[in-house]
Design a protein around this ligand. Sequence first.
Ligand code: BTN
Length: 255
Amino acid sequence: MNTKYMQKDHNRSEGFIRDYPLYSYDEISSTNTVAKELSESGAEKGIVTALTQSAGRGRRERVWDSPEGGLWFSLFETVPENDIRKLSFFMNFGIILAAINTMKQYLDSDTLKVKWPNDIYASGKKLGGALLETFDGPAGKTVVTGVGLNTWNGSKENWTSLLDLGIEKVPNSEILEKFIENLNILREKLYDSPEELMAGWEKYDLFSGKTVKVKSSQGNFAGTVKGYSSRGALIISASSGGIRTIETGEVENVR
Ligand code: BTN
């Protein structure tokens, strides 16, 4: 048990989900930040949840609004340096597929989509997203995967939530347990099969065959989405000609 947090945060309770130690807080800055700190003080893996985050973070240094009602959590795991690529890949794409498989229990699966690199959409609006961070830990590399799912929090323009979609309320703890169960199933089946994982992911792709605008280190350009590589890169047929493979970036729909 990590006494540092027991002394500092009276709002923490502990438990387990499957074989992950669970650290649940009322309010913290960010579950990703606390997951990093826990791993730095020796915890090898775990799940951190918070009812609210005072400094929730999204990708590209965006602020992630985290009011009470939503499901805000981070999974962390320390692995030897050699395994980091595989784990990061799985955590990026497996985590969003696990979110899809979990949301399928509440929403019609035809309404659910994935948006590269790691967002989940429902009925054309963002339902959630993931923020992956890696750190050098005392026993190897730590991968922290933060997941934000708009469950019972109100939402904003272009965002939706289970509440907005009229779903009957279930506790976030139940959704989290189902999520971890689904993640474990995917991990057992597809951890060593990146092509299959991407094929599963593509079934829900928001952009397949669509014309999109890409913002990446290769510049900003338009093109048509052709698919994904087995390493999770986006393959675009650029409007100006040629096929481009995008490892990191952002995509917006044009039509
Ligand atoms: C994105 O779509 O930009 C990713 C959002 C990730 C938000 C989650 S909420 C739990 C975890 N803690 C954070 O500060 N961020 C992630």
